[in-house]
Design a binder for this molecule. Structure first.
Ligand code: ADP
Ligand code: ZN
Length: 728
C-alpha cells in the first residue's frame, strides 16, 4: 500500500483527533510519525511527558499489520495496553507473567492479524525461534522503548536488550523506532550501532518542560512547610522525596496525623506493601507518596501535580528526572525543593568516604552544582537546561521562583565591584583563591612578591570571611559577570556584563540566604484557571468509572482533559468531542457520564453557557480575558489548519506583527512548524547565511541588506528558527 505524503497528512491528523482526541501534535511527534510511515528508522530522545507513546501508537493504528513495542517493565506493560484499549486500539502484551495458554492466545491473534499493538519484554528476543515465529505474522513496525538500556554507557544497561540487534537483519523492510528520555551523544551513537538502525531519522527534542514551575525554598521546619504547601492544594496528587527511610516514615506519619492521605515507599518495606501503596496512589486513594528514590522506575501516573524534595537531591540530573515525573499530562505542576545548608555536611561526609580520588572529585563537583542550582540568582529552568547542554532562549521563563519574582533578593553590587576590581587590577591573570586572598588582605609571600598588597582593593573585604567571598565569586560566575578560563588552573576574567557592573552603573542581585520567608510565587499566566469545584465532582465520576473498569483513573481520562471540561462545560456530545483527550472510543463510553454531571452542576449553580454554533461549548466562561498562552495556541491551531499568517491576522483582527510574534514564540518553543510555509526556502537560506555573517541578531541590518525584499516578520521568524536549531 503506497501512500503519498499528502495522504499521510490527512490520515494522521484525523487519527490524532478520532482515536486520541488531541487537536495538535506535541513537538516532533508529527515528523517522527511521518518518517515511520515512510518506512524509515527513528532514533528519538524526548523528555518524560514528551509524548513518545503516541509516536508509535498512531502509526500502529494506520499501518497494516501489528506494531511490536519492546518495553522493559512488565508492570508498565499492562498500563500501556489498558491505555491503548481505552482509546479503542486492539492491544495486547506478551511477557513472563503469562502462562503457556495465554501466550498461545496472543500468537493466534497475531497470526490472524487481530492485534494492532503488541507489547513484548526484551528477554523474549533471546528465546529460540521467537523471531521466526514473529516473522510469520505481518509486522508493521518495531518500537523500542527505553532504548538506552542497550548501551553499556547508559545508566540502565540490560543485557536482554542486546538481542534486539537481530531485528533489522531479520526484518529488513520493517521500520525500527528507538525512543529514550536520556541519552548523551555517546549513548546515542552506541544505541544506533548496537541495534543497527539504518540511516535513522534522528530527533533530539528540547528538555524544557514548560508546564513545570520550579521553586526553591529555604528549609526550616520542613514537615510543617510541606503541610502548608499541601493545604493549598486539596486533593492534588504528588510525590515527596526524602533521603532516608526513617525520614520517609516520619514525614508520612506526620502528614497522616494531620489528615493527609499519605503513604510511605522505600526499599525497606516488603514488596507487598510497596505494591499496595503504589496501587492506592495510582487509584487516587492516597494523595501523596512519601518516598526515597527507590520510588521511580515504573511510575506512569500522568496526573502528578507536584514533586517535592524535602532534602537536597543527589545531583542535578537526578533532580531533573525526579521532578520530570510531574505533569506528564501537560497541565501545570509544581516542583518544590527545600534547601537547607544543614544538608550539605551530611552529604560531604558520605563523599569523604569515597576512596577513589577521581570519583570523590566528581561527587564534590556534582554536589556543588546542586548547591549552585539552589542558591544562585539565575533562572532555575535555564540552569537545568544548561546542565543538558541546552541554551534557554528567553530572558524570563515565567515559571520559576526567580523569574516570577517571588524570591527575596539582595543587592551585592558593592561586593561584586570589590572582587572584579581586584581581578582587573591584577591583569585578569589569577584564580579565585588568589583574588580572595587579596580582597581579604591575606599576608602571603606571593602577594608581597608580586606587589599586590599595594593595590587599592587589598584588604577592603577584611570584614567578611573567605567563604562569603567565594560565594560572591560563584554568583558572579553563575550570572556570567565573570568567567573562568584555562584548565586545570582557571583564571578569572571579566565579561561585558561584569564590566557594566564595575564601570557602567549596572546593579547585580543575589538571593537572600537562609531565614527569610519567601513570598508565594504568583501563578504562571501560561495556563488558564478552571472551575475547581466541578473538577472535584468530575474526578469522582472518573474514579467511579475506573473502579468499574479495573483501570487507573489517569488511564480513563487525564487531569488535563478534566480541566478542560471545567473550563468549557461541554453539555452535548459534539461539545464533548472537542475536548482534548476525548477520542471516539472514550466519547462513546464515558461522554454521557461526564455530560450528566456537568449539566447537574450547571443547573444547581444556575450557570448558563453562551450558546455557540452547532453544539460548540462556547468560549470558556471563567476566563473572560484571553491569556497570552492561549492566544498563541490559537494562532498555532489556525496555522496548523493551513491558514497563512495574513489570513490569521485578518480573521482575528490582530496586527500581522503580533501573529508573527506568536509564531516566533512557537518556533522557539520547538513546536512543529513547517518553515517552508512561512518563508520561501531559498530566501530563508539567504537570510540565514546573512545572519551568520554578521555580529549580533538585530533585524535592521537584515532588512536593509535585502533592500525591502525581506520583511521584518520574515527576518524574525528565520532568526527564531536559527536559534532553535543551534540549540538542538
Ligand atoms: P512519555 O512516554 O514521553 O513520557 P507519554 O507518551 O506517556 O510520554 O505521554 C505523556 C502524556 O501526554 C500522556 O497523558 C499523553 O496522552 C499525552 N499526550 C501525548 N501526545 C499528546 C498530544 N499531541 N496532545 C496532548 N496530549 C498528548
Ligand atoms: Zn526562570
Amino acid at each position: 500500500m503506497i501512500q503519498t505524503s499528502r495522504d499521510h497528512e490527512s490520515t494522521i491528523h484525523d487519527t490524532l483527533k478520532t482515536v486520541f482526541g488531541f487537536q495538535t501534535f506535541r513537538p516532533n511527534q508529527e515528523s517522527i510519525i511521518k518518517n515511520i510511515l515512510d518506512g524509515r528508522d527513528i532514533f528519538a530522545v524526548m523528555p518524560t511527558g514528551g509524548g513518545k507513546s503516541l509516536c508509535y501508537q498512531l502509526p500502529a493504528t494506520v499501518m497494516h499489520g501489528t506494531a511490536v513495542v519492546i518495553s522493559p517493565l512488565i508492570s508498565l506493560m499492562k498500563d500501556q495496553v489498558d491505555a491503548a484499549v481505552e482509546n479503542g486500539i486492539h492491544a495486547a502484551f506478551m511477557n513472563s507473567s503469562m502462562d503457556a495458554d495465554e501466550v498461545s492466545d496472543v500468537y493466534r491473534m497475531l497470526k490472524y492479524n487481530k492485534i494492532r499493538l503488541l507489547y513484548i519484554a526484551p528477554e523474549r528476543f533471546a528465546m529460540p525461534h521467537f523471531l521466526e515465529r514473529l516473522k510469520t505474522a505481518a509486522i508493521s513496525l518495531f518500537a523500542i522503548d527505553e532504548a538506552h538500556c542497550i548501551s553499556e554507557w547508559g545508566h540502565d544497561f540490560r543485557p536482554d536488550y542486546l538481542g534486539l540487534s537481530l531485528i533489522p537483519e531479520m526484518f529488513p523492510d520493517v521500520p525500527v523506532a528507538a525512543f529514550t528520555a536520556t541519552a548523551t551523544q555517546r549513548v546515542q551513537e552506541d544505541i544506533i550501532n548496537k541495534i543497527g538502525l539504518r540511516k535513522p531519522h534522528i530527533v533530539r527534542a528540547s528538555f524544557n518542560r514548560p508546564n513545570l514551575f520550579y521553586e526553591v525554598k529555604t528549609k526550616s521546619r520542613v514537615e510543617s512547610q510541606i503541610l502548608e504547601f499541601l493545604r493549598d492544594r486539596p486533593g492534588e496528587s504528588g510525590i515527596i522525596y526524602r533521603t532516608t527511610r526513617d525520614s520517609v516514615m516520619e514525614t508520612a506519619d506526620f502528614l497522616k496525623s494531620k489528615g493527609i492521605a499519605a503513604l510511605p515507599y522505600h526499599a525497606g518495606l516488603s514488596a507487598d506493601e510497596r505494591n499496595k501503596n503504589q496501587e492506592a496512589f495510582n487509584r487516587d486513594e492516597a494523595q501523596v507518596i512519601v518516598a526515597t528514590i527507590a520510588f521511580g522506575m515504573g511510575i506512569d501516573k500522568s496526573n502528578l501535580r507536584f514533586v517535592i524534595h524535602a532534602d537536597l537531591p543527589k545531583n542535578i540530573e537526578a533532580y531533573y528526572q525526579e521532578t520530570g515525573r510531574a505533569g506528564r499530562d501537560g497541565e501545570p505542576a509544581h516542583c518544590l525543593l527545600f534547601f537547607g545548608r544543614g544538608d550539605i555536611p551530611k552529604i560531604r561526609y558520605f563523599i569523604n568516604e569515597i576512596t577513589d580520588d577521581k570519583e570523590r572529585f566528581i561527587a564534590i563537583q556534582k554536589l556543588n552544582q546542586t548547591v549552585g542550582f539552589a542558591s544562585h540568582n539565575v533562572c532555575r529552568r535555564r540552569q537545568l537546561l544548561a546542565f543538558f547542554g541546552e541554551n534557554y532562549p528567553r530572558d524570563n521563563c515565567g515559571a520559576c521562583d526567580i523569574c516570577s519574582g517571588s524570591v527575596e533578593q539582595i543587592d551585592i553590587t558593592t561586593d561584586a565591584q570589590i572582587i572584579m576590581s581586584a581581578i582587573s587590577r591584577t591583569g585578569q591573570r589569577f584564580g579565585t583563591g588568589y583574588i580572595i586572598d587579596i580582597v581579604t588582605g591575606a599576608d602571603t609571600k606571593r602577594i608581597r612578591e608580586l606587589g599586590h598588597n599595594e593595590i587599592k582593593t587589598y584588604g577592603t573585604g577584611k570584614g567578611r570571611d573567605k567563604k562569603y567571598w567565594r560565594s560572591v565569586v560563584d554568583e558572579l560566575i553563575a550570572q556570567k559577570a565573570v568567567m573562568q578560563e584555562g584548565d586545570p588552573y582557571p583564571v578569572l576574567k571579566i565579561t561585558q556584563k561584569g564590566s557594566d557592573i564595575l564601570f557602567g552603573g549596572e546593579r547585580i542581585m543575589a538571593l537572600r540566604k537562609e531565614g527569610v520567608k519567601a513570598k508565594t510565587p504568583r501563578k504562571t499566566d501560561e495556563f488558564e484557571e478552571y472551575d475547581r469545584t466541578l473538577f472535584e465532582r468530575l474526578r469522582n465520576v472518573r474514579k467511579r468509572i475506573a473502579e468499574g473498569q479495573k483501570a487507573y483513573p489517569y488511564i480513563i481520562l487525564s487531569d488535563r482533559t478534566l480541566h478542560e471540561m471545567c473550563r468549557r462545560f461541554p453539555s452535548t456530545l459534539s461539545g464533548m468531542r472537542k475536548i482534548s483527550g476525548v477520542g471516539d472510543a472514550k466519547l462513546e463510553r464515558y461522554g454521557e457520564d461526564f455530560i450528566r454531571e456537568i449539566k447537574l452542576y450547571l443547573n444547581e449553580n444556575r450557570i448558563s453557557i453562551p450558546e455557540g454554533e452547532s453544539g460548540d461549548p462556547g468560549r470558556p466562561v471563567l476566563a473572560q480575558k484571553k491569556k497570552k498562552g492561549e492566544t498563541v495556541e490559537e494562532t498555532y491551531e489556525f496555522f496548523k489548519g493551513g491558514m497563512s499568517l495574513e489570513d490569521i491576522a485578518k480573521l482575528r483582527s490582530l496586527a500581522p506583527s503580533t501573529i508573527a510574534s506568536h509564531m516566533e514564540r512557537l518556533i522557539l518553543d520547538g513546536r512543529d512548524i513547517d518553515m517552508d510555509r512561512l518563508v520561501d526556502p531559498e530566501k530563508r537560506q539567504e537570510i540565514e547565511k546573512f545572519f551568520l555573517s554578521i555580529e549580533g541578531w538585530n533585524l535592521n541590518p537584515v532588512v536593509e541588506h535585502f533592500n525591502g525584499t525581506v520583511s521584518y516578520e520574515e527576518a524574525r521568524l528565520v532568526r527564531a528558527h536559527l536559534h532553535r536549531n543551534h540549540q538542538a
